[in-house]
Design a protein around this ligand. Sequence first.
Ligand code: GL7
Length: 807
Amino acid sequence: MREKNIEAKHINALIDEEISRYWNIESRSANSIQIYRALSVVIRDMLLKKHNQFKNFVNKNEQKQVYYICMEFLVGKSLRNNLYNLKIENETEIALKKYNIKLEDLYVIEKDPGLGNGGLGRLASCFMDSLATQGYPATGFSIKYEFGLFKQKIIDGWQTELPDDWLTTSDVWLVAKTEERVVVKFDGKIREEWTTSGLVIHHDYPTEIEAVPYDMFISGYDGDGVSLLRLWESKSLNSIDMNLFSQGDYIRALSEDSMAEAISKVLYPADNHYEGKILRLKQQYFLVSASAQTIVKKHYKKYKTLDNLSDKAAIHINDTHPALIIPELMRILMDDYGYSWEKAWYIVVNTVSYTNHTVLSEALETFDIDIVKTKLPRIFMIISEINRRFLQEAGSKYNDFNKAEQMSVFGYDKINMANLCIIGSHTVNGVAKLHSEILRRTVFKKFYEYSPYKFMNVTNGITHRRWLNQSNPRLKNLLDDLIGADYTKHPSKLSELKKYIDDDVVLHKLDEIKYENKKLLAEFIYNTYQISVNTDSIFDIQAKRLHEYKRQLLNALRIISLIIDINEGNTTHIKPETFIFAAKAAPGYYRAKEIIQMIVALSDYINKNPNIKKYINVVFVENYSVSLAEIIMPAGELSEQISLAGKEASGTGNMKFMLNGAVTIGTYDGANVEIINQVGEENFFLFGLRDYEVESLWKTGYSSIHYYQKSLKLRKIIDFLNKGIPSKSFESISKYLLGDSQVGDPYMCFADFDSYLDAHNKASSVYFDDKRKWNQMSLVNIASAGIFSSDRTIKEYADSIWNIKSI
Ligand code: GL7
């Protein structure tokens, strides 16, 4: 179904009207930015209308809906996605002829709203697409960060961070709903008083901040569903202290204003790492309080009761970041609506569910008790009571209060947010089978023993409509020709491609498409960095956040080993290979920045040495983002998914590469395990220790020196690092690997090194000696990717966690 039979001339009329209304000019004289804005407003308003119709239907039928609360939504660009989903790309292209402009020219104007760090935020956005496409009523809540994730620029080989002012073009997608603003309260004191009517609690909140909603409509493909993403902006209620102002103290008069507005100023740039900072706590509470108030108010208005909240609303907390919604809902139900503790608790637990996205200890959030106590006194009180009651119940059940104590929300001086989430949710899930199993076996073991029925797995997914149909049009066209376009809404149908496994024409076409996509990426690289790459080499890509556990370093060690071989003239086994890296490091993560520095230095070194460049090349692509990923993924041939087993909860880049025909070289980790199950080990280059081997090696004492002494290659690599290259010494990385004060090589690159090289040798011999077989592997990967569509993921959440129905 194309959007209401819209034709090019309608689009023209609407654009013309917008241009005349906004700028009071004729569309003939509008520039491309004005056309971009006018067209975007036209599309946004179409979605707004469509969303209203969808919402009216949901309301009329009293349907249950899901509220997805997440500190991050990495939406990516909207214009192309919306035109594609509304099926009006062609009509728009025709309409634009009138202004002598192409769609592509408009697409590049839009800036990526980088309201997320990486996989977690992108997952949330894929979910909004799949929810809308499958007709599930859904609202996402997040923060309208004025500055999204920083822009990365490599200056003199070192990552520097620049502000990301996405709102200068992408503001067009937002609709301010000022009349639906709410007030969020911080600080203050609680006074308890017993009266004849029972306990009365007096609060005073000296800091009140306004949360102003901005709505973004997320289109679904070919259907009636539209998801709503509501982003909260913080505003000071008392924006200016007139007293100070009239005394001429302008700066202090405005300081409250800027304190309040700091809350939605900038996204914290750490991925898989928590920051126990006050501002971060404020951001989290700001998000959940504004969202919870809105959900409850809307529900009460409709049903005049909150007794049935859990029948009509599912509230999902994405990671622990929105954990405070549990005590916040309790507060609203008890303090604002007069519910008893017991009744309120029943409603809250039956409404809330929680996804864990990581087992890394540095990412499991905790906040100082003292900070929570002073900033959110009432919330602190409620958390304490939740914990007291839970430990009481568990202690009696176990007849052992010490055992129950191991599940306490409170540590010595910290609040453990994951424990709060588990206690306050009806369901807890991990994001890949292995990850969910590790949660049950280790991090959440005590809770799993206590309430096994709460725990389940829902493996992540990606929207194949953005990550294949839109970003890889050549492959999409081939698939449409071969198996029909049904897979667009029914991704499991991708498997029909398997019948072409022995069809040489199809295999050849796949090869050609990959080559074309490689050329596009090569052009981008040349235009941006003046580095020419050999498009006949294998494109070996690692694109993801920079993290020690993801082991970009392991990849770099192999590059060094190849450089050593080439310098020694030992080249018989070396095949042309282009290493492409894209990765942002958290600004305060020194080790990660140092690894980027080394990769960039290796790239420079190779580009200055034609004898090495003949064989291999290394490119570090700056500022990895959704839009860059859309260019990179279709060009990937070998997808590096090489985290230390047990550390990557799922990964979603692995799914995007696979869907675009790359073959994975990877460890038995996260969703890689399920990719192997789908494609078979023969279509995957598996290497490395298993998660349980990692655990036991860690327990018995991992010693990188042991591997170093045994391996000539590793010894040469360490020599190379110690010597460095003319422009740079890598001594500190050598120390990191061998360990001086700390355990050397904590992510076990050395332990997996040999097996990594073996897997690469296998990959390279298939690629260069049997390209037909490689193309078959690529085909199997594409054909097996259907299960990793977020449509499947969302259906699982809808059926087994949220209990919502599609319309
Ligand atoms: C992550 C995991 O690291 C990643 O493996 C997973 O795919 C993603 C979505 O579930 O969530 N957890 C996390 O904190 N970040 C992730 O990307 C930032």
